[in-house]
Design a protein around this ligand. Sequence first.
Ligand SMILES: [Zn+2]
Length: 122
Amino acid sequence: MTSPGSPPLMKMRQRGPAAAMYVIDAVHYLDDKGDIAPKRGPARKLAEFVTSVIAHASDFDRPDGTSGPECFRCRKRDNRCVDTGMAEDDAVVWHCPACGTEGRISNWQGTFWDLSRSAPSD
Ligand SMILES: [Zn+2]
């Protein structure tokens, strides 16, 4: 029994090469003292990248053209510095032009890497 036009199995929503999207809560990467919690391994690498992105994105005084941190996923040597920015909901966002990885970081305010507070606001 086959019916014409039966729905395909579980269609993927994405088209083309899938770029990873990371949604990160900064608190999950910090210990009670506010330091980076993971001590080693891939989690540590990701945590260091996340904190670097926070510092870059929240440093409103940084000169234009200052490169962002190096993408933690890229194996390439060139052009792997990510772009960082602020989303409308105050999440820190990043995007890697080299591999297409992007992400959002929430709860970064008040961490050691939040440089927005030291910036003169007046
Ligand atoms: Zn990358």
